[in-house]
Design a protein around this ligand. Sequence first.
Ligand code: WT7
Length: 654
Amino acid sequence: MTIKPDAKGMYAASSEVVAGAHVDATEYARRYQASVADPQAFWANEAQRIDWIKPFTKVKDTNFNTPDVSIKWFEDGTLNISANCIDRHMITRAQQTAIIWEPDDPNAPAQHITYTQLLEQTSRLANVLKAQGVKRGDRVVLYLPMIPEAAYAMLACARIGAIHSIVFAGFSPDALANRINDSDAKILITADFAPRGGKKTALKDNADKALLHCSDRVKCLVVKHTGDQISWVDGRDVDLRQEMAAAKPYCPYVEMGAEDPLFILYTSGSTGKPKGVVHSSGGYLVYAALTHQMTFDYHDGDIYWCTADVGWVTGHSYIIYGPLANGATTVMFEGVPTYPDAGRFWAVCEKHKVNQFYTAPTAIRSLMGLGSEWVEKYDLSSLKLLGTVGEPINPEAWNWYNTHVGKGRCPIVDTFWQTETGGHLITPLPGAMPTKPGSATLPFFGVKPVVLDASTAVVQEATEAEGVLCIADSWPGQMRTLWGDHDRFMEAYFSQYKGYYFTGDGCRRDGDGYYWITGRVDDVINVSGHRMGTAEVESALVAHEKVAEAAVVGYPHDIKGQGIYAYVTLMKGVEPSDALRKELEAFVRNEIGPIAKPDLLQWAPGLPKTRSGKIMRRILRKIAENDFAALGDTSTLADPSVVDELIANRMNKG
Ligand code: WT7
């Protein structure tokens, strides 16, 4: 049955979807109301979905007011996350596939890893970590391809109470070294190479470079994945697969407190160096599991696929922890959407009979550009639901996804959330609310969004409103602090709008109470669904000896959502050239990683500054957006003529 929009442009789920869904409209209204009226009772009940070793007696103890921001959920309960994701399923699901691993190479065999095998491999890896001296509370950095060992390593850390910190395999040696040092990690787990799209990233080589800047005591556990030649440092490097084969196949799990950190994940902020977002154990798992089940309407036996990488929070919550806590079968894909051709996603959906498919708008846009014939070649009748995450989805991409992939019968869930939130904040539940293309619709249980006027901080009470998006009260999946810097945590999220968690996003609420995220209002940009701080790219550029000054802003990009636009002022006497442009691009790749490479780089003899020397980014943003009419008042600039110069030379491609 094909879903058609109603007169208001809303898409209601078919009666079959509604009938089979965990939650329908009435149930959503009832449970949402209950969750905000009495969060203690609501979450005490929801927390029973996971296994506790010692039951909690306290549910919620949270305070959003600076300088005492403190967030605790289920604080006196104890549990183990690995036991919740594996051991407790052994009674009923021992032979069920937990993870389907689909390699980059379409001709290589997929692996179907049962819960029994997951327990054994996780245990073996945990025993290797223990043998390396890893103790409860120690940090372990993972820098891995999308291979089963990434899942084993996450769960092995959780099993022994170590805190993992995953660094996306696309990050540079410098970025890796900074993250190892900031978290003072003892162990780095990496692989020889990361195959993606038929190419190989030299991960071990990057790790070697990174470790030159780290303490000598950091050990490097290496998965020999492709088997290609790598260099080896005796005494420091350990062959992980070899050690796992020799280790005991069972490792007991440790009893952890609900508030013990499960992982650190670095993400970009509006200023300075990346922030080490810290997530808890109990609250995080309750929230990841509940949102996974409700948002994707996951039912026993379904095959669920989230195309993200475990290097991002989406991979943590919705490839590993949420699905496995629910005893799901979760697909882990090593490759890219366009290798060996633009039909790969759909080939994998057909091959593994995927029921729920979750990806990013940027992937949809790029595949849409390559033509719908790639989709039509495959049997997608197993699909029941589609999801998107990471950035607003434009109506063209939504329609294409709906028509060609979902064949007009799969609800689309546009899930708004952040690294900091642990799980979905604003999202449709497929059987509960009709959707509107481009809107994340309504809040999840327990989430109280508020729209504030950006400058007056006045809460907008009317249903129709526009402003910045804050959340009025805590939910269990919320981050607890920034690693080693609670002051920065309070400053970044709780100081602008007193008593509220500030998302950093702008938003609009329409007459139906639906939320439309309008994008970041801070100096964070969203490139292909990856978050990037403009300040990080700027500091990478100015680290180059020929660069005097740099200013970086986002601009609309057809495929990536936003592209990176860099204005660069060179040192006196240095002449701009195409060769230098290439050199700077390579320099940024090297400093941060390929995802930070500027899409457009303009030579700027001068930057628009106030008389006190502050760069006026608003103006640079408008120039980058080709929106010269809206420059606003430039009279306060120290030298207004630089603006004309920048406009005259605006990069005209892209
Ligand atoms: C930022 C968070 C959460 C996993 C992926 C990104 C933007 C995220 C949506 C959406 C509009 C979205 C926001 C947010 N964003 N989802 N459905 N609609 N915008 O996590 O790297 O922490 O980035 O991504 O701007 O603040 P992240």
